[in-house]
Design a binder for this molecule. Structure first.
Ligand code: CAA
Length: 278
């Protein structure tokens, strides 16, 4: 099997890695050479971590040798599966999906890792919309057990079955969602993050105590403010914007405290500062 992953950011490199860990040949495409360089470093360090704790038996370099990289969409070629993980902007996704469509076979699966954009909309950019599906992975991809499968009105049963088998091959579990804003995961997660930010904004408590409440009181691995920093505050705001626009419900309205952080370049862990300093 050959899998092409478009976008080598946090999600794209994690997706490429987990397929390579299962013996699959992967082409990882990103138009920014720096993104490819960073992706290779991230995957190496993740694989070494997994090897150290005995979660993988193969040498990390052997796993990495299955991943070929390219820096142009025109380098895309025939694959069994394409997964796009480019930034959450419809126009960027459109360019990627049209490039995939120009080389995909009529039986290739075309998946999007979008966390909030309509799968029905994205499928309209694909030459074979019956083969188009959402495959929403979670960060860090090598660790998180879930893939949210999202079907559009035109996703075929055959495509759905193939994607379920792919998730199982990756030793992950799936849930199936219809194409509704935020699917299952972000529809539920975003109001939680939103409420935590409003609690901080309204001076109810400190950021540390808000996070501690959810970590120790509810057994969440990370508090909501820490988690928003981990996801990326720009990504969190963009997802909330989509949900707020689509549902028109204030539960999803990005709080001012979040907007101010993003506008001042504090994007969470990746920029060195968000609600916390790293
Ligand atoms: N690659 C490989 N292994 C990794 C890893 C990576 N990138 N990151 C962490 N690990 C491993 C560690 O080696 C460690 O393994 P052991 O327990 O076997 O030693 C384990 O994962 C835990 O890691 P750490 O001890 O370093 O740190 P931690 O206990 O704080 O766990 C975490 C880190 C797994 C990220 C945990 O904090 C967690 O689960 N947080 C919540 C993550 C989450 O909610 N993700 C979803 C975000 S939402 C999203 O992605 C989608 C969206 O649309 C917004």
């Amino acid at each position: 099997m050959k899998v092409s992953v478009i976008g080598a950011g946090t999600m794209g490199n994690g997706i490429a890695q987990v397929f390579a860990q299962k013996g699959t040949d992967v082409i990882l495409v990103d138009t920014f050479p720096d993104a490819i360089k960073k992706a290779l470093e991230t995957m190496k360090s993740s694989l070494e971590k997994l090897q150290r704790k005995g979660a993988i038996r193969e040498d990390p370099n052997i796993v990495l040798s299955r991943i070929k990289t390219e820096t142009s969409l025109s380098a895309l070629s025939e694959s069994d599966v394409y997964i796009e993980a480019v930034p959450e902007k419809p126009e960027i996704k459109k360019t990627a999906i049209e490039a995939i469509s120009s080389v995909a076979r009529p039986d290739s699966i075309v998946a999007s890792n979008t966390s909030s954009i309509s799968i029905n909309l994205l499928s309209s950019y694909c030459k074979f919309p019956q083969n188009f599906v959402g495959m929403h992975f979670f960060n860090p991809v090598p660790v998180m057990k879930l893939v949210e499968i999202v079907k559009s009105n035109r996703t075929s049963e055959e495509t759905l079955n193939k994607v379920m088998s792919l998730v199982t091959l990756l030793d992950k579990q799936y849930v199936v969602s219809s194409d509704y804003p935020g699917f299952i995961s972000n529809r539920i997660l975003m109001p939680l993050l939103n409420e935590a930010m409003l609690a901080l904004e309204q001076g109810i408590s400190t950021k540390e105590d808000i996070d501690k409440t959810m970590k120790l009181g509810m057994n969440h691995p990370m508090g909501p403010l820490e988690l928003a920093d981990f996801i990326g505050l720009d990504v969190t705001r963009d997802i909330m914007e989509v949900l707020y626009r689509e549902f028109g419900d204030h539960r999803y309205k990005p709080p001012i405290i979040l907007r101010n952080l993003v506008n001042s370049g504090k994007l969470g862990r990746k920029s060195g500062e968000g609600f916390y300093k790293y």
